[in-house]
Design a binder for this molecule. Structure first.
Ligand code: PLP
Length: 241
């Protein structure tokens, strides 16, 4: 069976986080080994509490989960405290696996989930980082309409690919743009009128699963995006939220 490692937080509302990762991966017949960085008390309206798991216990979970050769890719979501990022990056040193990083900073309710400071060791280690427009601006320290510049700023001195998600932008169509080396690939479709929690987690998990299943990065991003569109289209109409 194909297996991925999912590193992230729990969400007591069930909308996002590790439980969402497990459900998304199961759709593709992929098993998740979960590594919990934070336990959160959340509703769809608010982040009520965040409890960070001690860094050494995060390391122990990773060690145990990576203990055999079965894991095919790593998905990282909510990291929590910035200093945890370097511990996670260190644990992944020497392990030759595609790492997909969804840089979760806030829940859609507005509550803070991660400290953006200190995330760079994971950005550097990742094969792909998947920020939405706000996360990209936050990570890069600059808000710009120029997605190419935004991606370069997110990448910093590293070499990772960057998938800038346009779902929260305006306009009739929404595009996610993949910056991969010198290449730029756009995945576009009509902007959906529905909304769902956990779309960022779901996209990054699908991409990690498709990488573990052997697809290359552009194909994994394209297939994952199609599946997320299906996931969103069964959500609530935005006006009802
Ligand atoms: N809570 C946790 C634990 C998450 O990992 C994430 C996203 O990855 C979120 C909340 C954010 O999800 P949403 O944007 O649906 O609020």
């Amino acid at each position: 069976m194909t297996v991925i490692l999912a590193i992230g937080g729990t969400d007591s509302s069930g909308g996002a986080g590790i439980s969402r990762d497990v459900t998304a991966a199961a759709q593709l017949g992929v098993m998740v080994r979960p590594v919990v960085t934070c336990v959160t008390a959340q509703t769809d309206q608010a982040v009520e509490a965040v409890h960070a798991v001690p860094t050494d216990l995060i390391g122990r979970q990773m060690q145990a989960a990576l203990g055999d050769a079965k894991v095919g890719a790593v998905k990282i979501g909510m990291v929590g405290a910035g200093e945890v990022a370097s511990a996670i990056a260190q644990m992944l040193e020497g392990c030759d696996l595609p790492v997909i990083f969804d840089p979760v900073i806030r829940a859609s309710s507005g509550g803070m989930l991660s400290d953006k400071m200190g995330l760079s060791p994971i950005v550097t280690r990742a094969e792909l980082v998947t920020p939405n427009l706000d996360e990209a601006a936050w990570l890069s320290g600059e808000k710009t309409e120029d997605l190419n510049r935004q991606a370069l700023l997110v990448r910093g001195h590293g070499t990772c690919a960057v998938l800038v998600k346009g779902g929260h932008g305006a306009g009739e169509n929404s595009c996610d743009v993949l910056f991969l080396g010198d290449r730029q690939l756009s995945f576009c479709g009509p902007r959906l009128t529905q909304s769902r929690r956990g779309t960022g987690c779901t996209l990054a998990t699908y991409i990690a699963c498709f990488r573990a299943l052997g697809l290359d990065l552009p194909a994994a991003c394209g297939r994952a995006r199609e599946m997320v569109q299906d996931y969103i289209s069964t959500g609530h109409e935005k006006s009802r939220l």
